[in-house]
Design a protein around this ligand. Structure first.
Ligand SMILES: NC(=O)c1ccc[n+]([C@@H]2O[C@H](COP(=O)([O-])OP(=O)(O)OC[C@H]3O[C@@H](n4cnc5c(N)ncnc54)[C@H](O)[C@@H]3O)[C@@H](O)[C@H]2O)c1
Length: 226
């Protein structure tokens, strides 16, 4: 556990959800050699109001300097630390089908501090297969794997019908942070954090807005009626 009081600050969930966007923009600015950025410039690059940005960053204790703005690299570092990205996060993926394989071979995780240490699947046909140096093991090996090398985050990439069983196995093994890609609501005990990624919901929200834009423009050319 870190002794740094900055890491114990309360940060609202909505702010946490915007921090990765700020970090992405700051990383791009740093790559372009930009040293400082005003709150207006940063807010407009990210697509939020500058008052929102200043409020979000105040939760991190970053207030910028009047007339100068924020130091790009320093702010990127502060956001990385707040998000826990300066720490190494061992990740396990359960379900090595289409999605699990795509996730396990995505190199972007490693550069952001997420290291895949365990791959699990109950299909005997894939057991023992090695993906980027990590062998696929049956779910029954989860507890032993976690004991040998602690897993911080468990990713569920199984069909919905297996998600709760997999979730229970992750929790029983002592893993308290779970990212669920399956379209199912999981029940977990207190102290376990579950985040759900739902592409269909995101697409439906976009479809809603696309429909509104089309109706406002007097046509529905972009969509094909079913
Ligand atoms: N959230 C999203 O945006 C998104 C996008 C695509 C897919 N999905 C979801 O992700 C999940 C995986 O999709 P996919 O296309 O990779 O499916 P898939 O069928 O290709 O792969 C699922 C894998 O899970 C394994 N599995 C099944 N039961 C298991 C168990 N009890 N323990 C361990 N492994 C088990 C299977 O052997 C298989 O390899 C599905 O629930 C799907 O709906 C979500």
């Amino acid at each position: 556990m870190s002794a740094d009081p900055a890491l114990r600050r309360e940060i609202p969930d909505a702010t946490v959800a915007r921090l990765p966007g700020y970090l992405r923009t700051l990383s791009r600015l740093a790559e372009d050699g930009v040293l400082s950025v005003s709150s207006e410039e940063l807010a407009s690059a990210v697509g939020v109001r500058s008052s929102q940005l200043r409020k979000d960053l105040s939760h991190l204790g970053s207030y910028g300097v009047r007339g100068v703005g924020y130091e790009v690299e320093m702010l990127a570092l502060e956001i990385s630390r707040a998000l826990g990205l300066s720490t190494d996060w061992p990740v396990a993926i359960v379900g090595m089908g289409n999605l699990g394989r795509a996730l396990s071979s995505y190199s972007g995780f490693v550069t952001k501090g997420f290291r895949i240490v365990g791959l699990f699947d109950d299909d005997p046909a894939v057991e023992g297969e090695v993906v980027l140096g990590v062998p696929i093991r049956p779910l029954s090996g989860l507890r032993e794997a976690h004991a040998a090398e602690p897993i911080a985050i468990g990713v569920i990439a199984t069909p919905a019908s297996a998600a709760q069983v997999v979730c229970d196995a992750l929790v029983e093994a002592g893993i308290t942070s779970i990212l669920n890609f399956a379209p199912s609501v999981l029940s977990v005990p207190d102290g376990v954090d579950v985040r759900r990624v739902d592409l269909s919901t995101e697409l439906q929200i976009l479809a809603f807005h696309a429909q509104r834009k089309s109706l406002a423009a007097g046509d529905l050319d972009g969509a094909v009626a079913r």
